[in-house]
Design a protein around this ligand. Sequence first.
Ligand code: BGC
Length: 697
Amino acid sequence: MMKKKLISAFTCLLVTFAGKAQQQEKLSGPEDIDRILSLLTLEEKASLVVGPGYKSMLAGITGSQVPVPGAAGMTRAVPRLGIPAIVLSDGPAGVRIEPRRKGVSQTFYCTGFPIGSLLSASWNVDLVQRVGAAIGNEALEYGVDVMLAPGMNLMRNPLCGRNFEYFSEDPLLSGRVAAAYVKGVQSQGVGTSVKHFAANNQETNRFWNDSRVSEDVLRRLYLRNFEIAVKEAQPWTVMASYNRLNGVHTQQDRWLLTDVLRGEWGFEGLVMTDWTPRRDTGAQIEAGCDLMEPGAGSQIREIVRKVRRGELAEQALDVCVRRVLELAVKTPAFKGYRPSGAPDLEAHARIAREAAEEGMVLLKNRESALPLREGAVLALFGVGSYHLIPGGTGSGHVHRPYVVNPDEGLEKEGFTLDESLAAIYRKYLKKNMPRKTITSGMLGSPAAPEMPLSRATVESAAENADVAILTLSRQAGEGGDRKLKDDFLLTVPETRMLVDVSEVFHARGKRVIVLLNVGGAVETASWKHLPVAILLAWQPGQEGGNALARVLSGKVNPSGVLPLSFPSDYMDLPSSAHFPYDYAGASSMGGGRDKDRDVPNFGYTEYAEGMDVGYRYYQKAGAPAPSYPFGHGLSYTSFEEERGAETNGTVQVTVRNTGKVAGKHVVLVMDPDLRGFGKTRLLQPGEEEMLVIRLDF
Ligand code: BGC
C-alpha cells in the first residue's frame, strides 16, 4: 500500500515538473523574446517569416480548417513555443472575411463602411477614428489580429483603379486621415497595415511596373502621407507594394524600408510584403521586409538554404523573426482573447451612416433645388438608383449584411416614387444583373449596364413626378485601372439618359438632380449645366441609400469637401501623358505577365509631372481650371471665417454660421499647399466656433 502511494506521489511530481518545464518553454511576453529566439531552430525561424499561403483566403472554397475563413492571410504558428498564428484580414472599408461557414448557422457579415475617398471628404478625423474603432472591434470579435488597411496611396491620376480605397491627392490630408483610421483600429487592440508602400499609383502591370520618381517628389508627395501616418499613429505594420520604385522592388528596397521608414521616421513595427511570393526572399530579409505573404513553402526552403550556404546572415533573419514575435505578443490571439463572433453590427451601421452623410459632397445647387420639397414625387433614373454600388471590388470588397439602395432610402424618408418607372428598372435589373461567379462572390461584382430608356418612358415619368433624380454609378477595383471611355467619360446610354431626362423635365419646368455614385473623379464639365444640382454620394457603404436620402431631404446638411480635383478634361492632367490609360482597351488586368508564360513585363511609369499633381498643378499660373476644384463643397447654409494669427504651429479660425439652417463647415489653410484643416461641430444659425488648426511642419 505504502509503496503504491509513493509511486503515485512521484508520478505527480514528474508531471508537474514536466508541465512547468513546458510552460517555461512558451513565449510569455515581450520580455521573453530573446530567450524564445535562442530556442527556435533555423527551420522554425524561416517558417515564422513566411505565411502559409492562400489557406485562409480560400477556406470558403476548399473547406480547409483555419481560424477565420476568408481572411487574406496568416502567419505560421510554432505551438511548442507558444507562438500563435496571427490572422490578417483586408480592409479597408470593413473586415473582409467569409460571411458563412459550412455547417454553421451563425453568420459573420461585416459592416460595409464608406470608401476611403468619402472618409477623407468628411475632413473629420474624429469621425474617421470612430469608423476605425468600429472596424477594429469587428476584427477583434471575429478573431482577426491585424487589418490590412488603410490603403493610402496618393491619387496621382483619376484612372487608378484603386483610388476609391485611397484618401486624397494631398499628402497632408491623406496622412492625417490614415493616422486617425489607424488610431481607431488599434484602440481595439488590433493592428493595422498601412499600404501600399510606396508609389503604387496604378494597377496596370502592377506586379512589375517601375515607378520612376525623383527623390524630392517622392519625399514631398508619395512618402509624405506615410511619414505622417507613421509618426502620428505608429501602425503595427506596413505593407510594401507590388511595384518597383526607381528600379527596385519596394519589398527589397533597404533604403525605403530601413533607412527611411525606420531610420528617419522611427517606425517600430513590422513590414510585410503585398501578396506575391515571386521575389528574392533573401534580399527582402536583408532590406528589412519581415514577413512574406501570402507565403510559399519554397520561400522557407530558400531561406534555410541561403543561411546554410552563408548567402544570408542568420542575424538578418533574426531581426525579422524578432519583429514577427514582437507583433505576435501584441495580438488578441496571443493574449488568448476569445472572439464573441457577435460585434454590435447595429451600432456600427449607425456609424457607417453618419460617416456616409458627412462625406457626401454637394457639387452644385442652383436655385436652392436641394433640399427636396417635403412630399415631392420622385422619378428615379439610372440603374444605380435601384442598385447602389456601395464600395469597390477586389480586396477592398466587404461582405456586408445588406445594402440600402437610393429608392429604399428615399421611400423611408417619406418620398413617393414614380412606381411605374421603378417597376421598369427593377424588372430590367432582375434580368441584367451580372451573374454571381466564385470570383465575384469573393471579390464583388461589376455594376449592371445602364438601361436604355425610351423617350416615352421619360415622358410618362415627367407627367407623374415633380423631380427627376438620376444616378450615375461606377465600379472599379484591384487588378485593373479605369478606362477613359465609358468610365471616366460617361457612356452613350448615360449621356442619352441625361440629355433626354433634362429636355423632357425642363420642358415641363421640372428639375433634374444628379447623384454621382462613384469611387473617384468622372468627367462632369460637358454635362454639369444640365442638372440643377449634383450630389457626389461616392460609394457610400451599406447605409448609402439612407444617408443620401437624409442629405437630399435636408435632414442632414451636406458638409463634405472634395479631397481631390475633378478635371475638366482628362488630358489637362500632366500625369495623363505618363499614365498607362487604356482608352477603350480590352483589359488592363494587373500581373504584367504574358497570359501563357510567366514572364515579367518590365514596364515603367515616369512621374515626369513632378509636383504637378492635383490642385498643385491647377493653382499654377496658366493652368486650365478643373471642373470642380480640391476643397469644393456646398452647404444648405452659409459661413464666415475669420482667421487669427499663427502661433506655435497653429492658427485660430473663427467660423460663424450666417445662414438659416444648422450645418458643419470645413476650414482649409492653404499656403499655397494645404498646411492644415479643421471641421466645426454642427453650428446652429448665428452660432460660432473657434477652431485651433494644427499646421504641418
Ligand atoms: C492587395 C492588398 C491586399 C492583399 C491581400 C493584394 O492583392 O494589393 O491590398 O491586402 O492582396 O488580400
